[in-house]
Design a protein around this ligand. Sequence first.
Ligand code: NDP
Length: 234
Amino acid sequence: MGRSVLVTGGNRGIGLAIARDLAAQGHKVAVTHRSSGAPDGLFGVQADVTDSEQIDQAFKLVEDHQGPVEVLVSNAGITDDTLLMRMSEDQFTRVVDANLTGAYRVAKRASRNMLRGKFGRFIFVSSVVGLMGSAGQVNYAASKAGLVGIARSLARELGTRNITANVVAPGFVKTDMTDALPDTVREQILKTIPAGRYADPAEIAAAIRFLASDEAAYINGAVLPVDGGLGMGH
Ligand code: NDP
């Protein structure tokens, strides 16, 4: 059965791969974008996840277009890397506001209609870095670790209502985010990945496709690594 899906940050990178994959499964898929416009063939709504008003408006448009959101993929995220000693408070809070508080905002807005509809799938896109830590990413790692706490708490709050909340923790994926890394850093990272390569965004989407499905009803509060073995299952 086609579900009503919303993917935040679904206009490019991993989010776009997720949106295209779920649309190919027959779901009704909407994506948020900030200023780039909607990708071809997908329903786009403009929203910055740091702004509750914009999120509310975006959900209203999605609800009018395809019905209440049943599957929420909270994917929008940013990095702003530097060592703790140089990290300003603004650099810390800006990343947490987008990656973690943004996920709280969209999850909260989605939850009331999931409860009414007696069905829901929350999928939070975290990172291997949230579980293993990463020098120069105190802000990002904290935000990504926090998503595990959100998902597991939601699993406990809503588990009896046919609503699941899970986390996907990608390793290194070929997108604009990793293209921005210096070549030397990328080569060093490659040596640590058992698979010996970066992931294709479609490989993250495949895991999300399963967690979004009706068959995944008994998987709740899980963290699913998709990292080529980098985190050895954690
Ligand atoms: P990209 O930088 O390619 O894309 C990021 C997406 O998030 C864009 O769609 C962007 O929108 C959106 N976004 C960022 N900030 C906001 C905001 N405040 N409000 C709304 N949308 C926003 O990143 P990736 O595709 O690589 O990453 C997607 C997710 O996967 C992120 O959460 C990231 O942390 C995570 N991840 C990525 C990994 C990787 O190796 N690439 C590894 C592990 C996790 P816009 O186009 O408007 O900027």
